[in-house]
Design a protein around this ligand. Structure first.
Ligand code: FMN
Length: 204
């Protein structure tokens, strides 16, 4: 099948892209609500985009009523956020944190997720996280005709579970993918965990 996207509805275009560009990593983003509670939501339109400076982006749409998602509003208003890479063991709470709640209602409180101090970050991280990145807002770009905004964040600190670090020098770090065991997003409500891992030298 050869699909001409210019003749398709935005919903079909989304559904086709989401089920072909996969598996996608998931950014599980903690931000601060007005009033000081913490918001948590997953985003799989997520990518690293630069390492000098260290930048990542998430693409955030709007709520069904057209208002800004809490993550987007919180980051614009308060600048800082913590991006976690969820492990397979966190699949269910990560998925549950995508529920559309009223602004100010904390997914962290609703789901009973334990947080811990994150040295170098003004915000805490999820205690059970294996990777957490303390980020600040770098730039927001409205994109396309739809409700999307690309939120670009600058990473300041990265927490990595000690047991996942295999070796580290001044020039490189080797991290065990199977210890991090990240969740991958497929299309719709489907997820995957790591499959076979192969090592292949890069051609010169
Ligand atoms: C695995 C997963 C990935 C998601 N990825 C995105 C995404 O990339 N962009 C987006 O706008 N919403 C995405 N969503 C939906 C948001 O998580 C959902 O709208 C959430 O309620 C937003 O929360 P907030 O209003 O607290 O920011 C995703 C949901 C799931 C379960």
């Amino acid at each position: 099948m050869n699909i001409d996207l210019s003749t398709q509805t935005p919903a079909l275009v989304y559904s086709t892209m989401a089920q072909t560009i996969m598996p996608r990593p998931i950014a599980w983003v903690l931000s601060e609500n007005e009033g000081g509670s913490y918001n948590l939501a997953p985003f799989s339109y997520f990518a690293p985009i630069c390492s000098d400076p260290p930048l990542v982006m998430i693409s955030v749409s709007k709520k069904p009523d057209g208002s800004l998602k809490d993550t987007r509003a919180n980051i614009i208003d308060r600048d800082n956020f913590v991006l976690h890479i969820p492990s397979w063991e966190q699949l269910e709470p990560m998925n549950s944190s995508a529920a559309t709640l009223d602004a100010g209602v904390s997914e962290v409180d609703e789901l009973g997720i334990e947080l811990t101090e994150f040295p170098g970050s003004p915000l805490p991280r999820i205690k059970e996280s294996r990777v957490a990145m303390a980020c600040s807002l770098f730039e927001v770009k409205e994109i396309g005709n739809g409700p999307y905004a690309m939120i670009i964040g600058r990473i300041h600190h990265i927490y990595i579970l000690d047991e996942a670090i295999v070796e580290q020098t001044a020039e490189s770090i080797r991290i065990s993918p199977s210890t991090l065991n990240p969740v991958g997003r497929l299309g719709g409500p489907q997820y995957t965990e790591l499959g076979r891992i192969v090592t292949l030298a890069r051609p010169k």
